[in-house]
Design a protein around this ligand. Sequence first.
Ligand code: SAH
Length: 212
Amino acid sequence: MRRRDAVLAALRDNGASRVLDLGCGGGALLGALVADRRFTEVVGVDVADRSLAMAARRLRLDRLPERQRQRIHLWQSALTYRDDRLRGYDAAVLMEVVEHLDPPRLPALEDAVFGHARPGTVVVTTPNVEYNVRYEGLGAGRFRHADHRFEWTRAEFAAWVARVAATHGYTATVGGVGDDDPELGAPTQLAVLTRTDQTGPSTDRQTEETAR
Ligand code: SAH
């Protein structure tokens, strides 16, 4: 809940209205986004059918009045491929998603999200692996979820964020969510990346991409 609230606060602070929840899963964040009228368009994206079906049920899409329904989209898409539908949004969230990708697939996500979709703001959360020793029953070297392909230290996350920001023209802040352990940091890491050029991608870039 604290992670979700921190993500919502970052979106509000950045004045986002049209928001992508990338790797939305069962819709834990989508529900909160839809409940807040400031978010005029809310898009959940996931590669998994089952997650999108769960999100649709959680949002009670079939029972929403038409005006509410029109604010919400659920799209199946793989974040490792460029998807034109994802361009032009104020903000995107990658909440607990990057660690589900095999490391060799991460550059493809970086290109699709930061290089192609290019939202004004990107909020990324991921576990802080250093904190894992504080979880009882999580043996040394174990991850928090069976599907996690990696979990990063604070230094590793900060280095990834800095590289992605520098490569794609974003500035970034990195912090934590949850009780801060003096030695290990907070359980969750959160970064906010802000596009430096807020006027949108250049025509050159669009032409180049259309050509591909
Ligand atoms: N953001 C949600 C779900 C996190 S679980 C939450 O915080 O509760 C990670 C989600 O990412 C899963 O729903 C999984 O299907 C999705 N995912 C993993 N790899 C993906 C990819 N390449 N493209 C799109 N979604 C992906």
